[in-house]
Structures are given as structure tokens and as C-alpha cells.
Unconditional design. Structure first.
Length: 110
């Protein structure tokens, strides 16, 4: 990152996540918790066994959380996200080319 990049307010503005992005994990946890409580209550009412209801609650919470997170990852990125990915790829390629030009032949990430 150059000194010019640090002074450009547009770049720092673009780096801040939106409110929707910040609250997505909270939404996933809340939805999973709601589903888990629902299943736990249904099992408790049907069987009147707290241990079984707790197991149902825990399993439902974990399965719902994993599935919702997978569905959230499956969404197609927006145009701005695709552009950002391409910019980061170009920067990484340029950095690798500079490292090779300087004689650093080590593979990265190993």
C-alpha cells in the first residue's frame, strides 16, 4: 500500500463493511437459535424429558448454523465484490513478480 493510498478517503470508505455485512453473523446465530428453541420445545412437550429436549436443541442449533452459513456462502458476489477480487489478484501477482525479480524463489504459503 503506497502513501497515496493511505490518504485517499475513498479507499478507507470502501474498506468499511456495510451494516448488513456486520450483522450477518448475528442474524445466522439468531435464526439458528430460534429454530433450536422451537425444536427443543416441541421435543420437551412431546416427551417431557429435559435431556432429550436439550440434545434436540443442541443438534438443531449446530445443524441449522452450519447449513445457514453454507447457504450464505453460496450467494453470487456482487459486481463490486468481483471487482475487488480481481484487484486483489492483480496485486498478488504483481507482488509475486517483484519477489521473483528480487531473487526470492521460495514458494509462498509453505
Amino acid at each position: 500500500m503506497t502513501s497515496r493510498d493511505k490518504k485517499d478517503p475513498r479507499l478507507t470508505q470502501n474498506l468499511q463493511p456495510s451494516r448488513r455485512d456486520r450483522f450477518l453473523p448475528v442474524e445466522l446465530l439468531a435464526i439458528s437459535a430460534g429454530l433450536a428453541v422451537f425444536v427443543g420445545l416441541i421435543v420437551l412437550i412431546a416427551t417431557r424429558e429435559f435431556v432429550l429436549a436439550g440434545i434436540g436443541l443442541g443438534v438443531t442449533f449446530i445443524v441449522a448454523l452450519v447449513l445457514l452459513a453454507l447457504f450464505a456462502l453460496a450467494f453470487k458476489p456482487t459486481e463490486a465484490e468481483v471487482e475487488d477480487i480481481h484487484e486483489q489478484d492483480a496485486e498478488a501477482r504483481a507482488k509475486a513478480a517483484r519477489a521473483r525479480a528480487e531473487g526470492d524463489e521460495r514458494p509462498r504459503g509453505h
